[in-house]
Every structure is written in C-alpha cells, then in structure tokens.
Design a protein around this ligand. Structure first.
Ligand code: SF4
Ligand code: SF4
Length: 56
C-alpha cells in the first residue's frame, strides 16, 4: 500500500528530494504522494521531521 502524507506536514520539502521515483510533489497546504508511483520504499518517512508520511 502506498504511503500517504498526513495533515501534520509542514511543507518543508525534504521528502520530495528523497523519493527515488519522484512520486512526491507540493500540494495545497501540504505535500502529496502519487499512490500509483510510490514503491513503498519508506525514504520519505525516514527524513520527515514530523512523521507525516505513513502507510494507511
Ligand atoms: Fe517515494 Fe518511497 Fe515515499 Fe513512496 S515511500 S513516496 S517511493 S520516498
Ligand atoms: Fe511534509 Fe514531512 Fe515531506 Fe516535509 S518531509 S514536506 S513535513 S511530509
């Protein structure tokens, strides 16, 4: 199951640079993950300062 970024996101942008498949982009008020592109590697969760990316 793809990772999803919660409303805890502070739009720091750190995860976008870490995603190996460029599945993360800036959305409206928070960053968002393209579920079809996400390979569930977990890199975004590893760099997020607030723990926003998680698997539902
Ligand atoms: Fe990208 Fe990996 Fe995060 Fe999916 S889990 S959005 S592939 S960094
Ligand atoms: Fe949001 Fe976390 Fe990504 Fe920063 S690293 S943009 S806080 S999800």
């Amino acid at each position: 199951m793809a990772y999803v970024i919660s409303d805890e996101c502070i739009s720091c942008g750190a995860c976008e640079a870490e995603c190996p498949v460029n599945a993360i982009s800036e959305g409206d008020g928070k960053y968002v993950i393209d579920a079809d592109a996400c390979t569930e590697c977990g890199s975004c969760a590893g760099v997020c300062p607030v723990g926003a990316p998680a698997q539902e």
